[in-house]
Design a protein around this ligand. Sequence first.
Ligand SMILES: [Mn+2]
Length: 350
Amino acid sequence: MREGINLLGSASPVMVSATALECWEDMKKSESVVITAHRSPDGDAVGAALGLHHHLKEMGIATSVVLPDRFPSFLDWIPGTDGICFYDENAEKATQLMHHADVIWCLDFNGLDRVGKMENDLRDSPAKKWVVDHHQLPDDFADRLLSDSSCGSTCELLVDLIVGWGQADALSDDAMACLYVGIMTDTGSFRFPSVTAHTHAVLAHFLSRGLDHARIHQNTFDEQSLNRVQLQGFAMSERLHLHNEFGLAVVGLGCNDLERFHYKSGDTEGLVNKVLGLAGVRVAIMAREAELGLIKLSLRSVGDFSVRDLAASEFDGGGHKNAAGGVVRGMTLLEFNDFVSKSLPKWFET
Ligand SMILES: [Mn+2]
């Protein structure tokens, strides 16, 4: 067991402006602590926020978790979700909590524009902002920053921080379950290139402390609604456009398609990875019409093609080299598909 912990400690995330222990000393002195994450929170965002919440509670520090909006329903089972304050449902309470906080942990995002409508209230809070994140090019709003864009998930970075506090053996079942969900979902169940020996050392430490990993996978992936499964099947069967000569595939779902299958947030989660899993496909785009004139994109790639660069230059977005997001305004899905066909030679010119 000690070996595992030593291995955990060997990672070298970039801790700017403070050591882990200074950070802990300040944490102990804080009277009011808020934890938040980015809007449309994913498994890493929810896992990091609640993982840190459970761990600090175990260490005698109460925190409030404030998220900009709801997370997809496949994360409902995560311990502690019922205590979350959602800004878009109770802005007054969320703003009060942020305004009276000494410290606000900002997890899994590094720019204030990533929290949607909560942006101004978060910026205006007099609290210190402590950021733990693994996206590139952090903005400069952080009073403390733990940032490593080579790390596969914010949850993995948080474990490093907890190890730095000397509390690896104090991680509770609930904290580990949350942190495991973040690492699992942000690494495509431990398969992306960002997974390292250190990632597995973290997992080994969790398992050695009794984490029920099989139950977590089952809760997250094996409780899908019929509508979701049928929507994804319909998308692959009826809404897939293959551009074989470029190794690109686009799957697009319109408002009507989504209505037909009673779409709920999260129902298209994983669809873009299924498209990327097709033989010969190196770049996958999932386009979802959020409303008329607004299409939300998820982009994935394997190998050297950077969907982050594509999302940044064409779709007002960003993310990681092999996983990014973006938006298209003022186009129908049909027009978007035309736009893609016309743009392909430019995107793939070498
Ligand atoms: Mn993440």
